[in-house]
Design a protein around this ligand. Sequence first.
Ligand code: CMP
Length: 149
Amino acid sequence: VVECTFAIIKPDAMRKGFAAQIKHRILADGFHILQERQLQLSTDIAQEFYAEHLGKPFFEKLTNFMSSGPVTAMVLSRVNAIKAWRSLMGPTNPVAAAEQFPNSLRALYGDKENTTMNATHGSDARLSAQREIKFFFPKRPIFPAPTHQ
Ligand code: CMP
């Protein structure tokens, strides 16, 4: 099934100038980039986005990092987009990614010293994809054209 997922190019990869290469890999893997925007998150918004990780030991580091510079947010579509994007990214930890999937994005562009700085984010399921897409790309209401009398 063709489905959508949500992707972020994180501040570390943006800073290091990897955004173009990452987007190239995305397109080469058969995804369409349906929506894209570059923005910098406030720490509040980063905390809200990652609310499911509240209380985890890496929460503050993660949300400070995610608000430390511009990110690229994207809606990707493809057959099995959610699984395919997670597999293109590779495991969360860039060291594990390099060992197991050396061609994955986190292996190539993530920071081997720091799991937080792992270059990309991707939704883990249909429901989180829906939530994350709405969070970054809220739908504007469409007003019908006035009818003339
Ligand atoms: P992401 O896919 O954006 O989802 C949650 C993020 O938390 C994850 O990528 C990493 O950036 C970060 N993260 C997850 N586990 C750890 C960890 N053990 N130590 C540090 N950061 C982590």
